[in-house]
Design a protein around this ligand. Structure first.
Ligand SMILES: Nc1ncnc2c1ncn2[C@@H]1O[C@H](COP(=O)(O)OP(=O)(O)OP(=O)(O)O)[C@@H](O)[C@H]1O
Ligand SMILES: [Mg+2]
Length: 356
């Protein structure tokens, strides 16, 4: 059985008339790389602060490693937080920044020096002890901020959009490093972001949030492949969407008249639904190969080149529906150009319908 690191029960947080969190119950397991993912204002930072003891809930309870900490202050919890703005103490050296929490906890000088050295090693910054924050790049400052949070050896490390101030290349590098760090130190990480790519590539579990509630909690793969509702499907990844009606358990008819075979879901006949298929699940078909159940003639509208990937916009010949399709450039067998007629299709199992 997995051990629970953080347990939130019926947690609600109100700021006057604003309900920032609305009755959230969830478990974060020991050693999870857990993500809170959602758009701006959905309550991610508030939830993280409540776990860290920097805010208190209006209702509900929170326990960390089976201990009720609902009313405990931040410094009495086994947590440490890295903030959205990672502000180091500007007048202190890297060494003093990292040593700060340790000095407060009255560790002896030798232990402090050893720990600071170890942390800098772990974050690939050995030898930077005497630098001042202004002498560091953004990525290096970020690593020092993480080292500072790790110095007190928290059981749960809370990270609030820690990479948002970095450029894309550095952000991608730091993502890989954080995943490595998480493996090496074997602690629980709770990471807040509004960036779905970040969550999908780093998390082992993701809680997708919307307006103060958790809409879906699953592995990255399940969230992407089996979104629970329209909100999750649209927030995570891109999708072709068509409005229409379920006329038989496995048949969707679009308002344009387009008939699409779909997997049987628990949706009553004659319900209005939104049909969704991801752009990489729509394929350009070859007449000689066995065709999937859904296949349609289409005319190519535009072709956009993105290096390793191509995106086509096509319009169905019979019903006029427009689809976009993503293909790896290496998988394209022949040149495709605007106005050309092609055959497109997808398997019913790769699609979903959501009731409106
Ligand atoms: N101290 C506060 N006083 C009043 N309202 C607040 C306070 N802190 C947060 N809120 C409100 O609570 C809601 C959730 O805010 P929160 O900061 O948790 O969102 P977030 O998901 O972290 O957003 P972002 O991605 O922009 O950082 C918002 O409507 C916000 O305005
Ligand atoms: Mg925030």
């Amino acid at each position: 059985m997995k051990k629970t690191a953080v347990h939130l029960q019926n947690l609600t947080k109100k700021f006057n008339e604003v309900t920032a969190l609305d009755n959230i119950t969830l478990e974060i397991f020991n050693r999870d790389f857990f993500f809170l993912l959602g758009p701006s204002g959905c309550g991610k930072t508030t939830l993280l602060k409540i776990i860290g003891g920097l805010e208190f809930p209006s209702e509900g309870s929170i326990s960390i490693l089976d201990k009720d900490v609902t009313r405990l202050r931040a410094n009495k919890r086994n947590t440490s937080m890295v903030f959205q703005e990672w502000a180091l103490f500007p007048h202190m050296s890297v060494y003093d920044n990292i040593a700060f929490g340790l000095k407060k906890r009255k560790f002896d000088k030798k232990t402090i020096t050893r720990k600071v050295d170890e942390l800098l090693e772990l974050l690939h910054m050995a030898g930077y002890q005497n630098r001042m924050p202004f002498e560091l790049s953004g990525g290096q400052q970020q690593r020092v901020a993480i080292a500072r949070s790790l110095a007190i050896e928290p059981e749960v490390l809370l990270l609030d959009e820690p990479l948002s101030n970095l450029d894309l290349a550095l952000r991608q590098q730091m993502r890989v490093e954080l995943v490595r760090l998480h493996k090496e130190i074997n602690k629980t990480f709770v990471y807040v972001t509004h960036d779905q790519t970040e969550a999908l590539s780093m998390a082992n579990r993701i809680a997708v949030m919307n307006m103060g509630v958790v809409v879906q909690l699953d592995s990255p793969e399940t969230i992407y492949k089996k979104p629970k509702n329209e909100y999750v499907a649209k927030f995570i990844g891109e999708a072709n969407e068509i409005k229409g009606t379920i006329v038989k358990p496995n048949l969707f008819v679009a308002d344009s008249g387009l008939q699409i075979k779909v997997p049987e879901q628990d949706i009553p006949t004659d319900s209005r639904v939104l049909f969704v298929v991801r752009p990489e699940e729509v394929h350009l078909l070859n007449q000689e190969e066995e065709l999937p159940e859904n296949h349609f003639r289409a005319r190519v509208d535009t072709v956009s080149y993105f290096g390793r990937q191509l995106r086509f916009y096509v319009q169905l010949v019979d019903t006029g529906n427009i689809f976009f399709i993503d293909i790896f450039s290496t998988q394209l067998k022949a040149d495709i150009h605007p106005n050309q007629e092609v055959l497109i299709g997808w398997k019913p199992s790769q699609t979903f319908c959501f009731q409106g």
